[in-house]
Design a binder for this molecule. Structure first.
Ligand SMILES: O=C(O)CCC(=O)C(=O)O
Length: 303
């Protein structure tokens, strides 16, 4: 859907000024957006899965682990596809305030794409280099976004999500390196064309929500805080008239489910081209493993 088509529908949780800001800047930060009861449920789930990760020594299709992860000091880098791992994650993605938020920015027909829970552990949790999402999972148009929820308070030392206002209207970058291998990040050379000095780092108390457009250049620094981790639950949605061009390479029960409205009769094709990612049907690791250049046995995982 185009911004004009979306704005023609009345919003449920945003003001029109907030929606216009999203379309202009390509991101939003909504402080304390998620109610306490939901936050408590999501935090309990995090504890449960962190505990479960203690029994793992290597990453698998559910748990993406930092290299120094161990049972006594778990460092779960990412919980893959939480919606497939517990019904409350799916309830949150499909029937909560964030579904309303997705509807306000994508129009009445909304499709769920995927979810992930990125931890950034204290004292180092890894950097995410500048990149755009849509090259990882191209769609027929760019009415696609990701909603992040901070499950704990996040300050500027903890690797908050960084965005570059307005970058979603600019260039779509090649995420392959000079050897035609997928780097998953914008090259140093190309970054010379990006006003990274204008980056805004989205921080806030627990329950704050970030939204970024699928063409937004974004990334985050390591977590320098000595004691606190930065769990960020990410759910990606599209207008239902934006269909994925490539199969999502992490099989989940909910990828592609309609969470609001109806299946539309017409697909919308944006004339702007999109980069095609590698064929990951044989396996994939994670954005962290890729960007850190880790040698790993590929799992079926993504983005
Ligand atoms: O966890 C973060 O800070 C950013 C994550 C991200 O951009 C991604 O997973 O695509």
């Amino acid at each position: 859907m185009t911004p004009e088509q979306v704005l023609a529908h009345s919003p449920k949780v945003l003001t029109d000024a907030q929606r216009e800001a999203y379309f202009r800047d390509g991101y939003l930060l909504l402080e304390r957006f998620v109610p306490e009861d939901w936050l408590a449920t999501l935090r309990d789930l995090s504890e449960h899965f962190i505990d479960e990760s203690r029994s793992r020594a290597v990453s698998d299709d559910r748990f993406d682990l930092e290299s120094d992860h161990c049972a006594t000091a778990p460092r779960l880098r990412r919980l893959n596809q939480p919606v497939a791992q517990h019904p409350d994650y799916w309830r949150f993605a499909s029937r909560s305030c964030i579904t309303d938020l997705a509807e306000d920015l994508l129009g009445p027909n909304v499709m769920f794409h995927h979810s992930k829970l990125n931890f950034k552990w204290s004292g180092g949790g890894e950097e995410v280099k500048w990149h755009q999402d849509i090259q990882y999972w191209p769609h027929t148009n760019y009415s696609v976004l990701t909603i992040g929820v901070y499950l704990e308070d996040v300050d500027e030392t903890m690797g908050p999500m960084g965005v570059i206002p307005g970058a979603h209207e600019g260039e779509l970058f090649d995420l392959y390196d000079g050897n035609d291998c997928w780097a998953g990040a914008i090259s140093e050379q190309d970054l010379l064309r990006v006003p990274v000095e204008k980056a805004v780092y989205l921080q806030g108390p627990a329950g704050s929500v970030t939204v970024h457009h699928c063409r937004m250049i974004h990334g985050s620094k390591p977590n320098a805080h000595p004691a606190r981790s930065r769990p960020l639950l990410l759910n990606a949605f599209s207008s239902a008239d934006a269909l994925p061009v490539t199969a999502y390479n992490y099989p989940s029960t909910h990828n592609g489910e309609l969470v609001r409205g109806e299946r539309p009769r017409w697909i919308h094709f944006d004339p702007r081209p999109c980069l095609l990612p590698p064929d990951w049907s044989g396996g994939y690791t994670s954005i962290f493993a890729l960007q850190q250049g880790e040698e790993q046995e590929p799992q079926a995982a993504a983005g």
